[in-house]
Write a protein that binds this ligand. Structure first.
Ligand code: PLP
Length: 397
């Protein structure tokens, strides 16, 4: 029997990861969600009625408009996030684009956090600005700066709940409250935290986006994105999905569902390993600084304790000797892999100076909180002792 909606609310996250969205029944005996590869479905009276009434999302007509595999995974994600509705996209950027475009038009104003993920900044600055959507980038956690920016008028406040790569934890309740008072909606990229550590909708956000490529899928083998929110708020997002396309492929949705089943376990392991690595690096004489919300030294430590269920699986550090020394350490790692992206089972390490922030000058990077020697580590779920040993030997050379 499929868990009823009211039961689902009472189930715990680890259970929802496995059982929400799809249940085998005597009529549908597949224990795992079947992949509906069909691009199109047989039409009947109900589908024609749905088309006439503008309810294409409620009928199985055509995969860009809706697909049973995607629907099952969307329902699982909605249950995990505490959202009324979720929509899957082909990548995190497609999801972010749809979330923003569901609300802004020429003449709209966005107030966004400084230091966003590079492609989101690029989208706002170099794609939407020429279309007439102006974005002001501010220190959103600074109440005075936030209020001053909102006072100039605002349609969307955009932020990441845990920032990349400084791992600052956003003051979401205060940001969402001020945004609402100014008549704006708050869109939160919750990729780093996942619903296992925080549910931004419960803290006042209006829409949540994730790059499902990262922790949600968890195995560095599928691209995806999701937007979540209240049913009414999601309707324009659905229109954007319907008209701009960018829906997720059903096979990718199956892989995402398989990843989601272990999300709860994986997040615990990511967090434990990140804590071990952060503690080790913080003691190491060749490491100048460690940025990890689980350490008391991190500026967001207090906020992480109150707003997150754990400090997350990302650790940033500054290696003494600048970018050359950081790169030398990176190249000596034997287990951890030199790659961009994050949230996979394997530990991935990259240096912002030659990846996400390569287009900035050294001064601009320093202003963005990325001094020379900066490394970003996505702690995988290997044995922590092997990871610590790997970093020990890489730093020793
Ligand atoms: N948001 C964050 C915080 C990210 O780190 C990324 C990718 O690294 C994205 C969004 C974009 O996701 P995708 O690569 O799935 O389009």
């Amino acid at each position: 029997m499929e868990p009823r909606a009211d039961d689902v609310q009472e189930l715990h996250p680890a259970t929802l990861c496995i059982h929400a969205g799809w249940r085998a029944t005597p009529e549908k005996k597949d224990v795992v969600v079947p992949v509906a590869h069909a691009a199109t479905f047989l039409l009947d009276d109900a589908s024609y009625r749905a088309m006439l009434d503008g309810r294409v999302d409620e009928a199985e007509i055509y995969t860009r408009l809706g697909n049973p595999t995607l629907a099952a995974v969307q329902n699982k994600l909605a249950a995990l996030e505490g959202a009324e509705r979720a929509l899957l996209f082909g990548s995190g950027m497609a999801a972010i684009h749809a979330a923003l475009l569901s609300r802004v038009k020429a003449g709209s104003r966005v107030v966004a956090q400084r230091g966003l993920y590079g492609s989101t900044w690029d989208l706002l600055e170099n794609f939407l600005r020429p279309l007439g959507v102006a974005t002001e980038f501010v220190e959103l956690d600074d109440p005075a700066a936030r209020k001053a920016a909102l006072a100039k008028g605002c349609d969307v406040v955009y932020c990441e709940s845990v920032s990349n790569p400084a791992l600052a934890v956003a003051d979401l309740p205060a940001i969402a409250k001020d945004a609402r008072a100014a008549g704006a909606i708050t869109i939160v990229d919750a990729t780093f935290a996942t619903p296992m550590l925080q549910k931004p909708l419960a803290l006042g956000a209006d829409l949540v986006v994730h790059s499902a490529t990262k922790y949600l899928a968890g195995h560095s083998d599928v691209l995806g994105g999701v937007v979540l929110g209240a049913r009414e708020r999601m309707q324009p997002v659905y229109r954007w999905l319907q008209l701009a396309g960018g829906c997720m492929d059903p096979h990718a949705a199956f892989l995402l569902d398989r990843g989601l089943k272990t999300l709860s376990l994986r997040m615990q392991a990511h967090v434990e390993n990140a804590c071990e690595l952060a503690r080790f690096l913080a003691r190491h004489p060749k490491v100048e600084r460690v940025l990890f919300p689980g350490l008391e030294s991190h500026p967001s430590h207090g906020r992480a304790r109150t707003l997150l269920a754990g400090p997350g699986g990302m650790v940033s550090c500054v290696v003494k000797g600048g970018d050359a020394a950081a790169l030398a350490c990176l190249r000596k790692l034997k287990l951890a892999l030199e790659a961009s992206s994050l949230g996979g089972v394997e530990t991935l390490v990259s240096a912002p100076f030659n990846t996400s922030h390569a287009r900035l000058t050294a001064e601009q990077r320093a202003a963005a909180g990325i001094p020379p020697g900066f490394l970003r580590i996505s702690a995988g779920i290997e044995d922590a002792r092997d990871l610590v040993h790997d970093f020990e030997q890489a730093l020793a050379g």
